[in-house]
Design a protein around this ligand. Sequence first.
Ligand code: AMP
Length: 268
Amino acid sequence: MDLELNHPVALVPTMGALHAGHASLIELAKKHSEEVVVSIFVNPLQFENPNDFSNYPKSVSADIELAKASGATKIWVPTFEEIYPGDPEIIASGEIGNIFEGVHRFGHFDGMLTVVKRLFDLVQPKCAVFGEKDFQQLFLIKKMVAQFNLPIEVISAPTIREASGLAMSSRNQKLSVSERDNAAGIYKALNLANSTPDLATARSQLTKGILAIPNFLLDYAEIIDGDNFSIANDSTSNSRAIIAGWINGIRLIDNMVMSNWSNLGNSK
Ligand code: AMP
């Protein structure tokens, strides 16, 4: 494999179709290391639906430009065989991998952890940057790093949004203009929840906000404890609202820390 790197390395794993959210991760990585590796690999193991995998947006040459402009020193587009030369050792995501996103995307988190572990083993980064947008993913990666005692700092990056508040996502390009407008309702619902004085009101405002989104097919909306993914209660100090659902067959997820009323503990 042709991967000559100048260590120490900061790694930004992606599935390509890069946008400003990815660019912000690369810029953050650059603050931690001169050598910044951006991997672009659409990992079949984390797609439960083969059509979703084959239809995943691809734009490698534009990705290379964007990654370079953001500070990447190496853009690595590995083949399937490079990542999985033999039967991969599947990393089990455990209990937290089987709730919320895990319920709706069976096997997704095992596949995601399996590829991230392979990327870590191959690149040996000193740090790796992941977006808070995929909060459950970020949580599970931190857990895996602790579990295997890997000498890698996992750095979380804030969610970058469109002017409307819609969290940027490679999948957004599949939405029409009016569907994008509707999708911005997810951010409005999160803000509604956060603008309340307490958990009970937040829950009802979250529901109200979601019901106001036209043509939104909800998978889940919940307020959880961001430290352990249990359902938040009145003494939870790090509450976070999480939402996932569909607009016209496009899956959208988002989350927001409830900073207005949740007495923030250590955010993970
Ligand atoms: P993906 O290419 O969708 O697998 O995402 C690669 C990385 O970019 C993951 O760590 C995501 O959490 C992160 N990411 C995706 N969208 C955003 C966004 N809007 N803001 C910040 N990070 C993001």
